[in-house]
Design a protein around this ligand. Sequence first.
Ligand SMILES: [Zn+2]
Length: 136
Amino acid sequence: MPRVIRPVPDLDDAFFWEAARDGRLVTRACAGCGRIAHPPSPMCPACGSVDWTERELSGRGTIHSWIVSRHPSQPDDAPRIVILVDLEEGIRLVSNLREVDAADVSNEMPVEVFFDEVDGFRLPQFRPAAAQEVSV
Ligand SMILES: [Zn+2]
């Protein structure tokens, strides 16, 4: 698995990394108007409130855009797929797509989050969403 630049949590995003350590994908919801935003910011851009609550996300979404990242001097063993995910809740998240070949990736592809430890850090990663079960 590729190396990562470690996250450096600060006052505004420590909650995100603490939740990731527990295998949960979360964001901030404004306590004033309920608006959710990612990445988190100290003040709600909609109503100006500085109060917020933590909201757990479904971890389901679709690929908005993606690239295959190839480092010029220290390439990964396998090319790394970097994705911009449109989450069901209406926010976007940058992550990696795993468990699929780049040849099979397309925009709008349904994906789901899972958590994996990379270089001692537990990170949200995505994989193609499991096919819907068909009831007989
Ligand atoms: Zn607000």
